[in-house]
Design a protein around this ligand. Structure first.
Ligand code: G3H
Length: 195
């Protein structure tokens, strides 16, 4: 049997402001999560042979990973969904400035592509090489972003495209995916960490 671990980055300054996109630093609470995550991971996985860490290339995942003791890779493919012209806006601002776009996204969130940006469908194709690697990995911790983790979890848990953009991926929570050797099925546990 094998186990994969996933986490969003800690709360960022953009999360605090409700803005999408960008390359913000962690907020003070986000840095606290980085400490809690390192304590949890170093304690439970620190001595596991082969344990490794993958993050995106954005500051908030790299900062979240900082105190974890493991070899790491920073992958562009794990960067957050590109929100194009909406980068740096709040959902309220998007609804005001681009009402037709906002409604279109609500109508078909999986296929909706931000102008000059990406859709969840685009993102699923972008993360495919990471997914192919994950299918044969054990004891990897992936620290990434909400939309990216929805794509990875949907593929691994075989959720359809209607469900994918709405998968619950709370902040400050380790998502542990355990694969059973017998039937190839897997089980997701959410482990919230106190900060
Ligand atoms: O913009 C990226 C967000 O993390 C994804 O959230 O797709 O629910 O708007 P959303």
């Amino acid at each position: 049997s094998r186990t994969l671990y996933f986490s969003r980055h800690g709360e960022s300054e953009y999360n605090v402001l409700g803005k999408v996109g960008g390359d913000a630093d962690l907020s003070p609470r986000g840095y606290q999560y980085a400490d809690s995550l390192a304590e949890y991971v170093n304690g439970t996985l620190g001595n596991t042979p082969g344990f490794k860490l993958w993050t995106s290339c954005l500051k908030r995942t790299i900062q979240t990973a900082k105190n974890i003791e493991a070899p790491r890779e920073h992958l562009d493919a794990l960067n957050e969904l590109d929100t194009g012209v909406c980068d740096g806006l709040t959902y309220e601002e998007i609804a005001e400035r681009y009402p037709i776009e906002f409604a279109a996204r609500d109508d078909d969130k999986f296929h909706y592509r931000y102008p000059e940006g990406e859709s969840y469908f685009d993102l699923l194709l972008r993360v495919k090489p990471v997914l192919d690697r994950l299918k044969v990995e054990n004891n990897v911790l992936v620290i990434a972003h909400q939309a990216v983790l929805r794509c990875l979890l949907a593929a691994l848990l075989k959720k359809d495209e209607k469900e994918l953009p709405y998968i619950h991926t709370p902040l400050h929570t380790v998502m542990r995916l355990s694969f059973k050797p017998a039937d190839g099925g897997c089980h997701l546990d959410l482990i919230p960490l106190s900060i």
